[in-house]
Write a protein that binds this ligand. Structure first.
Ligand SMILES: O=C(O)c1ccccc1N[C@@H]1O[C@H](COP(=O)(O)O)[C@@H](O)[C@H]1O
Length: 202
């Protein structure tokens, strides 16, 4: 099971994620309480070992913003949480993770219009376009027509529900932000427990 820890803002949480075995780490460039500047992401990126993939998370960015992130931070993946089109995704020169907000089964069908590296299924956003800490009805994913090797489950995952989530959905990767935080700050112990439980499951 691959694990992505998203919304990394400092070296302590980055180190905790890497040491606990995170496969992907995410930097928020979109409007979010976890947003960091390109300069800050560049500084943090210097501490990321090569086997850990650096993901830049955006919402309806311009192509220039994405290309700047790739060039300056050395992003390995770009994660898109807005209404980015299939054509826009094809223009991005690194593998794309396209996020889909799942309210009903129709939302899942939208994924088949895209040809991307990973399909991330998330809850409908709250104030922002993700990172709400809310789960959605995982049973909606039972009819998903995407190879499981390309499925990422996100939205409200936490140490207490990660094992149930994996056994119901069987994704290739799980992605978490809020569920490993206390009072809006990444909690090093929660990161460790989350990764340990996710990796034990499969
Ligand atoms: O984390 C954010 O603040 C955020 C803001 C805008 C778009 C995406 C965001 N994060 C992504 O949202 C999901 C779920 O997060 P959570 O675990 O429910 O907090 C995840 O993919 C984050 O990468």
């Amino acid at each position: 099971m691959k694990v992505k820890i998203c919304g990394i803002q400092n070296t302590e949480s980055l180190q905790a994620a890497v040491e606990a075995g995170a496969d992907f780490i995410g930097f928020m460039f979109a409007d979010s309480k976890r947003r960091i500047s390109t300069e800050k992401a560049k500084l943090l990126a210097a501490y990321v070992p090569t086997q850990v993939q650096k993901v830049g998370v955006f919402v309806n960015p311009t192509l220039k913003e994405v290309l700047d992130g790739i060039q300056q931070v050395g992003l390995n993946f770009v994660q898109l949480h807005g209404e980015e089109s299939p054509d826009f995704c094809r223009e991005i020169p690194v593998p794309v993770i396209k996020a889909f907000s799942i309210k009903n089964s129709g939302d899942i069908q939208k994924a088949s219009q895209y040809d991307v590296a990973y399909y991330l299924f998330d809850s409908p956003g709250g104030k922002y376009r993700g990172g709400s800490g809310m789960t959605f009805d995982w049973s909606l994913l039972k009819d998903v027509n995407i190879p499981r090797e390309q499925v990422i489950l996100a939205g409200g995952l936490k140490p207490d529900n990660i094992q149930a989530a994996i056994s119901e959905v069987n994704p290739a990767m799980v992605d978490v932000s809020s569920g490993v935080e206390i009072d809006g700050m990444k909690d090093l112990e929660k990161i460790q427990i989350f990764i340990q439980r996710a990796k034990k499951e499969r």
